[in-house]
Design a protein around this ligand. Sequence first.
Ligand code: ZN
Length: 261
Amino acid sequence: MTIKAVVWGENVHEQTNKVVADIYPDGMHGAIAAALNADKGITATTATLQEPEHGLTGERLADTDVLLWWGHAAHGDVSDEVVERVAEAVWSGMGLILLHSAHFAKPFKRLMGTPCNLTWREAGERERLWVTTRGHPIAKGLPDHFELENEEMYGEPFGVPEPLETVFVSWFQGGEVFRSGLTYRRGLGNIFYFRPGHETYPTYHDANVQTVLKNAVHWAHNEQRLTGDVNAAPNVPVDAALEPIEERGPRLHQDGEEGYR
Ligand code: ZN
């Protein structure tokens, strides 16, 4: 059994910007999926914003082990219904990997609950990523540090909650630093944010970046997956208590009544 990964791509600049189209003729999502499929333990397919329900129906998400998300220019075009569906899939155990400008993607902001803002500069400067947690599964096979010759700068402060783990920090030629590989857990879902990947540079063709993405898919995969309603909040009747109890005092709710939301 291989891990079923879906690479979600906004697929806007690949269609509207010649620089991006030349670097990623099959789309960024296509390049990322191809890199993942080089790993015999992963089966990666793609989904895009333009497909019905953005390619992310409930059925598709139920059959997805790890979802990767790249978005930038059209975060606002992602339907709130799909965002909620993605959040619920994560709570039930689907892995989620957010790439680069997906720091502002609706599902990431929904799951973090914070502004997820940062400073930035588009100047093609050198980025040096340092592994901060040696031996972490996401950093497996990587040198202690590696460089991307041209990248967009993202700088601290990064408006996210304190992560479970910081796997990478980045240094930029202009002097800024950034926590560029962060892990979270929401419900049963493993979440990884990975910074590099500005669309006008060939970042997803870089061998070290591809190693990170493959490692991250393996790390994020949780074989435990809840089925049923992750939002369920059942009212347990007195006669179903594990130990016999007698009802006492006044109460607000009738037997079997739904609680307030
Ligand atoms: Zn960017």
